[in-house]
Ligand binder design. Structure first.
Ligand code: NAD
Length: 487
């Protein structure tokens, strides 16, 4: 049964959009050489004009970060750095509604998610790392681990503020300064964050934000004044950056794509597993690197799980992301919508059977219905390649070892999920799944204290927790098992 709800739109009045935004360099907003526009993916309305950072702008930003690193930030006691981070965390929490509305306007994600997930987690990241700033000597990296210098950070569009927090909070806590480049389709919360840095009286140049596209990212990554690069984005761009760094010798962490298996055993509680599958793939329109995009379900319960899943998918509400009832918002850009559409068409042409939830799509904006594929050959691109949209493939298995073999048969290794009422089976699967994160009887749970990162083509290095600090300290990198890694 589907309940009807009256619309419950969040008000936009809390956000004061400027007509145009400059670059944030040395603590001030400065103009650059050219501009582009950022739009709302739900309405295609132009939201603001954004500066496109060129070579000179990147130079200026790196110089400001270097100056701040040498003169203030790296010589400031950790306890003092921590105070700034606490201040930023509190300001994010105080201005949470403003950030959530702006994120939803620029990204297209449901306000329910930006309000309840993105913004609180971003604030929590600053709170968590504020606590580390004066305790780095107790983190197991020696008595006084040193920062690396200036970090160049490039982030994607799926969790714009949250990815910013994952990058900036640990870098600053460890005494580094940063130049961050947000994604071209979602720069607005980064610009609002720049205002928060001013409000927190953060010393000028500690955080610099240069907007632009992949070319601006390339300029930043290739800049000789950068000591450490932290990149989150596609595996293709990650490989390009890894090649560049192999020559330059810069420190590098990569958080890349994924194609996670979500494995449902026959003893799992079906209703909870179905909620987990829905959350795994339809949260944030499936624009999630660790999305559970491959459902593996034990053959004996496959029909009942699939029936329940379709019923639940049919009840998802797609539409205005500003409406508090909305479950599925807009696809972030026309380019991403085209990618999802063509990957789905290719799946159908290869013989996979498609089922999409029956829902009306708004006329304007970029939309794709929650969709699943059955009868999918494991060699099919729809089952192998990251679609980064609300598209799930479903296949079956008979034994735990068959599930493991299918789950690990991917070039990625970011995450996985296991649904079973047997603790021993969950632990056994977790130890044999080649994935950086394995969730048991839940999915897409994040915590600043918990390290996140991948194996294989999902990248290397960890973000979050004690492991995440290591990426911003001048210490020998170790892998998650504690052995020296060849990065
Ligand atoms: P993308 O690689 O196209 O772009 C990511 C960012 O990198 C953008 O800011 C872009 O402007 C910039 N960029 C692009 N090419 C670059 C280059 N050669 N050098 C430097 N910068 C460059 O990826 P996207 O489409 O924006 O994001 C989606 C991808 O990000 C998916 O593959 C997803 O799985 C991945 N992702 C991974 C994680 C993780 O933690 N592992 C988290 C979120 C997203």
């Amino acid at each position: 049964m589907r309940f009807e709800y009256a619309p419950a739109p969040e008000s936009r009045s809390v956000v004061r959009l400027r007509d145009s935004y400059g670059l944030f360099i040395g603590g001030s907003f400065v103009s650059g050489s050219s501009v582009f526009k950022t739009i709302s993916p739900a309405t295609e309305e132009v939201l603001a004009e954004i500066t496109h950072g060129g070579a000179e702008d990147v130079d200026r930003a790196v110089a400001a970060a270097r100056h701040a690193y040498e003169r203030t930030w790296s010589v400031m006691p950790g306890k003092e750095r921590g105070k700034y981070l606490f201040r930023i965390a509190r300001l994010l929490a105080e201005r949470a509604r403003e950030f959530a509305v702006l994120e939803t306007m620029d990204n297209g994600k449901p306000i329910r998610e930006s309000r309840d997930v993105d913004v609180p987690l971003a604030s929590a990241h600053f709170f968590y790392h504020a606590g580390w700033a004066d305790k780095l000597g107790y983190a197991g990296f020696g008595p006084s681990p040193k920062p690396l210098g200036v970090a160049g950070q490039v982030i994607p569009w799926n969790f714009p503020l949250l990815m910013l927090a994952w990058k900036i909070a640990p870098a600053l806590a460890c005494g580094n300064t940063v130049v961050l480049k947000p994604a071209e389709t979602t720069p607005l919360t980064a610009m609002l964050f720049a205002e928060v840095c001013q409000q927190a009286d953060l010393p000028p140049g500690v955080v610099n934000i240069v907007t632009g596209d992949g070319d601006t990212g390339r300029l930043l990554v290739g800049h000789p004044g950068i000591d450490k690069i932290a990149f989150t984005g596609s595996t293709a761009a990650g490989k390009e950056i890894a090649r560049q760094c192999a020559v330059s010798g810069q420190r590098l962490t990569l958080e890349l794509g994924g194609k996670a298996a979500n494995i449902v055993f026959d003893d799992a509680p079906v209703d909870q597993a179905v909620e987990g599958i829905i959350n795994g793939i339809f949260f944030n329109q499936g624009h999630v690197c660790c999305a559970g995009s491959r459902l593996l379900v034990q053959e004996s319960v496959a029909d009942s799980v699939l029936d329940a899943l379709k019923r639940r998918m049919a009840s998802l509400r797609l539409g205005d992301p500003m409406d508090k009832n909305t479950d599925i918002g807009a696809i972030n850009s026309r380019g991403q919508l085209d990618k999802i559409t063509s990957a789905s068409q290719a799946g159908e042409e290869e013989g996979a059977r498609r089922w999409s939830a029956p829902c009306a799509l708004p006329e304007r904006g970029f939309w794709f219905p929650p969709t699943l594929f059955t009868d999918v050959a494991s060699s099919s691109p729809v089952a192998r390649e990251e679609i980064f949209g609300p598209v799930l493939t479903v296949s079956t298995f008979r034994t735990p070892s068959e599930a493991l073999q299918k789950a690990n048969a991917t070039q990625y290794g970011l995450s996985a999920g296991v649904w079973t009422s047997k603790g021993s089976l969950a632990l056994e699967m977790a130890s044999r799944l080649r994935a950086g994160v394995v969730w048991a009887n839940t999915f897409n749970r994040f915590d600043p204290a918990s390290p996140f990162g991948g194996y294989k083509e999902s990248g290397f290095g960890r973000e979050g927790g004690r492991h995440g600090l290591e990426a911003y300290l001048d210490v020998v990198a170790t892998d998650v098992a504690g052995t020296v890694a060849d990065v």
